[in-house]
Design a protein around this ligand. Sequence first.
Ligand SMILES: Nc1ncnc2c1ncn2[C@@H]1O[C@H](COP(=O)(O)OP(=O)(O)O)[C@@H](O)[C@H]1O
Ligand SMILES: [Mg+2]
Length: 309
Amino acid sequence: MITLRGLTKRYGDKTAVRDLTLDIAPGRVTGFLGPNGAGKSTTMRMILGLDRPSAGEALVGGRPYGRLRHPLREVGALLDAKAVHPGRSARRHLLAMARSNGIAAGRVEEVLATVGLQAVAGKRAGSFSLGMGQRLGIAGALLGDPAVVMFDEPVNGLDPDGVLWVRRLMRSLAAEGRTVFVSSHLMSEMQLTADQLVVIGKGRLIADAPVAEVIAGSSRNAVRVRSPRSRELVARLEAEGAEVRRAGEDALMVAGLPMERVGLIAYQGGAPLLELSAVAASLEEAYMELTGASVEYAAPLPGAGTGAR
Ligand SMILES: Nc1ncnc2c1ncn2[C@@H]1O[C@H](COP(=O)(O)OP(=O)(O)O)[C@@H](O)[C@H]1O
Ligand SMILES: [Mg+2]
């Protein structure tokens, strides 16, 4: 369990993280989403005691990081894959970490196997690709078999195999009952990986909810209908308050009414149905609606007219 209470960080007159209060629970993957500059890394650094909060507190298992006796055994983290001595081999890097935290040396071979770095464990970490560096960072995070793990943008720079591997690893760590807190700005990836989402923008909490709930809240959820009498159907649906968009010859996309209601309205109007299906919004769409007002450096979308957001 990670607990944030009024967590705030100011840099001069800039507030990077503002009054975050939430619990990050064990047994599930919590995705930490927000545009660049939203305050994700700052929040994670405060949880790890690398940055001192301006106000409030961050607790791991009920205690501030500085009060943990064997930190690596309680919380493992990958914040920066480059934070490794380049001249040290992967194995020696992990052995040094293990020694300083009273972790048995045998554990090093176990985590090297978990992340698939055994074959290159004797090579200098400085020669590693970004993906190998990420794996080494993850090995370090797992070294102490901690109940809480945190990863800051772990799939950045990984190839598709690596992305899939990280996703499975997060899922399995959560299935083991651990608290898994992982930041990303990649919505599609979080939709596949996370159970719970914490969304921040400009340092403020925007949402803390199950992924399914965030998606359900989007106005982009719709019902697709096909009928040879779609023209008449449009009028009937709009009269019931639906927002209707034409999606082809005889097809409509209907927002704002449940599918059952759309079917019933078609039946009552005598419109034969060729198709009636739910089209779920993507997390990306739901997210854009949530954060539209909090993007730090907004640029117009390519293809959108001037002034369009
Ligand atoms: N050491 C620092 N000094 C001054 N400003 C900082 C520092 N670290 C981060 N910031 C600012 O705090 C904000 C949040 O940054 P960060 O936590 O890195 O965001 P994210 O990880 O979500 O991209 C940004 O505006 C950033 O410029
Ligand atoms: Mg960051």
